[in-house]
Write a protein that binds this ligand. Sequence first.
Ligand SMILES: [Zn+2]
Length: 310
Amino acid sequence: MSAGMAFATPGVLRRWGTPRGALAADEPWGRLEEVGSGLWALISTPQTGDFTTISNGGIVAGRRGVLIYEGTGSNEGARWMAEQARMLAGRGPTHVVISHHHGDHTAGAGGFAPPEDAPNLRVTAATRDRVATGIDAATEPDRARLWADADLIDVDRPTEIDLGDRTVVVRPYLGHTESDVTLDLPEDDVTWCGDLVWNGWFPNYTDARPTRLSETVRAIQGDGRKIYVPGHGPLSGASEMTTYVSVIDHVEAAGRAAFAAGMSAEEAAAAYALPDAVSDWVIFNPQFFERAMRAWIRELGEGRDLDAAP
Ligand SMILES: [Zn+2]
């Protein structure tokens, strides 16, 4: 596909060519890397033009349950993840946790909903409400039922999910959207970050609260995990997290300067360039700079209004 060809530059291939973990699967749409005992990270590669999974995700195997993180971007992607769970962990998913409402993380979740034995879907109310309203139960009854039966994640405190010999911690945040959750495994030194963290790709600010994103990312970074699975792009460690924080700080400086100068998001985006250290990052959507500037200008504008209120 031509949309994928545009990404096939040497810099991109170099960034994508080196998995950190042993490969459990390698397909045109993505690969599964082993990131611990009974832990596999899905690293999707939509820059090839194959949009089966789109977002990253993962499989966590326990003695009494198997958890899949993220719904992926298509039913085929979710079915493939469930099949990988059966092969690698010995059973299909008993739990599915989804980080936020965007389609590349939710659209495929219906693929986890066979007529029998559907997994327990865990999402926040904000995510459930945003997705469920877009489902036509008449044409997609299994998908509608999966979302209607979802258990809601508490957004005021972490939630533990017991998989038998291991417990995973679902941590509520916000910043990429109004409601994001990470999947944290402190004993395994791995955190799945959803789209709060990106690596090798410029982040999507469409629904972002940029000041909260900055706080959240620093909190996640402060946990000091050995492996962070970003929402998009290859696996991250400490140095990639430092680079990512430098990118969101760079965007912040540009957004604040644009706001102070009274620039429009379009003008600010036209003037923006990535720092040299990440000049080869993928810009998945040509609108992403403008969306980042718009998010900053929007939030700073709200702050001004609040200051002016009686
Ligand atoms: Zn995403």
